[in-house]
Ligand binder design. Structure first.
Ligand SMILES: *Cc1c(COP(=O)(O)O)cnc(C)c1O
Length: 395
């Protein structure tokens, strides 16, 4: 047994079950373990590493900024935050943004904004605001967020949870319509459910939800922490339905694979419910993170990573569908967010991931039956071919 694994297992909380590999180095789409073995990273840290590992331009900016100014808190202005927020708003068509660090914090920010907007703008009676989420959602791990979850394991042992949340079936606009009451402040939805198993709703679902929300003066808030920033073949997955949500949550790839950076973006009248002292974060919007995130956005735009994800995603999915194996029930996804569903009667997704690892491809199962393929968006066609060869072998 590897010493590092034993050491981590003895000191670290057992809240994950990592594959038995100890990574020591990364470059582009590749990572290396402590034995010198090279792997194609088909996970990219749940889409946080869309730019690839150790992107040279991002490293350059990181080091330059690290030598200038890093953490000062939002008690002061810095020269790096405004350019990041301006760029993020320009790219997404939103008016204003609030910077945080992790995805869960940005989701919490969205929930707080939605509730306060509900009271101040929509005139919902005190303490009555409702937020509607979807069955099978994943929005993070705080108490309020797992309280919204339908996944028993995320909640078991962690109650009681805050009131004011409901769930409706994902992919069913009628269900949303029926759940809305005069107290509904917002509908929170992932355009494609990532952790839920790469579930792609029918085309037009989000557009229909947007119409229902507009008709009922309910905010549509899209959690694009995983689907955003090019991952699904458009800058935002909501672009497929030509929907501009009232609130938008970004994270993961926003940090360029180097730092945790997230933000909640919204229409002016939504963001303006926040006043000084309402909400905050010591590290949110710090100049180091802001400099890196701005460059991360610039690279996504300049290198057309969304178009790249679209084309390579189609190619990858076609190749996966062409694999002749009765272990595969379904291949689905958009862009480079791909799920391969395994026949549970035959084997587990975990066992497939363990075998892929021995062939030099790193991935991770989501739930028991889905193998996720979400490589860095800088992957090449040839590298996808290598992955396909390994996957074919294993299947
Ligand atoms: C990963 C993820 C989150 C949570 O982000 P953290 O940075 O882990 O807190 C929230 N929503 C979605 C859709 C995610 O994929």
């Amino acid at each position: 047994m590897n010493n590092t694994i034993e050491l981590e297992d003895s000191y670290c909380a057992q809240n994950y079950k990592p594959l038995p590999v100890v990574l020591v180095k990364g470059e582009g789409v590749y990572v290396w373990d402590d034995q010198g073995n090279k792997y194609l990273d088909m996970m990219s840290a749940y889409s946080a590493v869309s730019h690839g590992h150790c992107h040279p331009q991002l490293i350059k900016i990181l080091i330059k900024q690290a030598n200038e100014l890093n953490i000062v808190s939002r008690a002061f202005y810095t020269d790096k935050l405004a350019p990041l927020l301006e760029k993020a708003c320009q790219l997404t068509g939103q008016d204003k943004a609030l910077p945080m660090n992790t995805g869960a914090e940005a989701v919490e920010t969205a929930l707080k904004a939605a509730r306060k907007w509900g009271y101040q703008v929509k005139d919902i009676k005190p303490e009555q605001a409702e937020i509607i989420a979807c069955e099978n959602n994943f929005h993070g791990r705080t108490i309020a967020i797992v309280g919204m979850s339908s996944e028993q394991q995320y909640k078991r042992g962690f109650g009681p949870f805050p009131a004011g949340f409901k769930r409706v079936e994902f992919g069913n606009p009628e269900a949303l319509k029926n759940a809305i009451t005069p107290n509904t402040a917002a509908f929170l939805v992932e355009p494609i459910q990532g952790e839920g198993g790469i579930i792609v709703p029918a085309a037009g679902y989000l557009a229909e939800c947007a119409r229902i929300c507009r008709d009922n003066n309910v905010l549509l808030i899209c959690d694009e922490i995983q689907t955003g920033l090019g991952r699904t073949g458009k800058l935002l997955a909501s672009d497929y339905d030509q929907v501009k949500p009232d609130g938008l949550i970004l994270g993961k790839a926003l940090g360029g694979g180097l730092l945790p950076v997230s933000m909640f973006l919204a229409r002016k009248d939504v963001m303006d419910v926040f006043t000084p002292g309402d909400h905050g974060s010591t590290f949110g919007g710090n100049p180091l993170a802001s400099a890196v995130a701005l460059e991360a956005l610039n690279i996504i735009e300049r290198d057309n990573l969304a178009d790249r994800a679209f084309e390579l995603g189609e190619y990858f999915m076609q190749a996966l569908r062409a694999i002749n194996s009765d272990l595969i029930i379904d291949v689905r996804g958009k862009g480079l967010l791909i799920g391969m569903e395994i026949n549970p009667a035959k084997t587990t997704a975990r066992s497939i991931c363990e075998k892929l690892m021995t062939k030099g491809v790193l991935s991770k199962e989501t739930h028991e039956t889905i193998v996720r393929f979400a490589p860095p968006l800088v992957i090449t066609k040839e590298q996808i071919d290598d992955a396909i060869d390994a996957i074919k072998d294993v299947m």
